[in-house]
Ligand binder design. Structure first.
Ligand SMILES: [Zn+2]
Length: 166
């Protein structure tokens, strides 16, 4: 099982729910063989965020081709829904980095995405392929998580069967 620690103090969501959601996202997008090797800290603090960021994901060591240790930094003031959606988004970046689909060169200006090299100064943020993938999956993962804890057992049953692993 992936090792997840929740640090800091989110203002509008319980740490228990954050942990449950983070585990759920890991299980839905990564095979156990991958996620059971990972250590993820979800840190509610603006300390390691840029002024225009609500969240980010940092792999350690930063130059590792297949990192196993990650910090997900999250603004502690976000709504519960926004917090969970943003963690789904960042967990997808964890998958991309852990599977070496995405590798950020130290200068951070050049990234390898699968077999392509992308100069991040030349591609608009919203059109970066790893962002398109993370924005594309975040709402579905959040919706699936809410289904998995719904009162309606039919919703829970459907949620248990759906995976987005690859
Ligand atoms: Zn992103």
């Amino acid at each position: 099982m992936i090792e997840i620690s929740i640090k800091g103090h989110p203002k509008r969501v319980s740490k228990a729910k954050v942990k449950k959601a983070t585990l759920f996202f890991a299980d839905k997008i990564m095979y156990p063989r991958l996620h059971e090797t990972l250590i993820v800290d979800v840190i509610f603090s603006r300390k390691n965020l840029e002024a225009d960021e609500w969240a980010n994901c940092i792999a350690y060591p930063e130059d590792s081709q297949r990192p196993k240790v990650f910090d997900i930094n999250v603004d502690p003031g976000l709504s519960e829904k926004k917090t969970l959606i943003i963690i789904a988004h960042e967990m997808n970046h964890v998958r991309q980095l852990a599977k070496a689909q995405l590798y950020e060169y130290e200068r951070k200006k050049l990234c390898r995405w699968k077999d392509d090299f992308i100069d991040i100064d030349k591609v608009w943020y919203w059109f970066l392929p790893w962002e398109i993938e993370s924005y594309g999956i975040e709402h579905g993962l959040h919706h699936l998580f809410e289904m998995s804890i719904a009162n309606d057992p039919k919703k829970r049953e459907v949620a248990a069967k759906i995976f987005a692993r690859k």
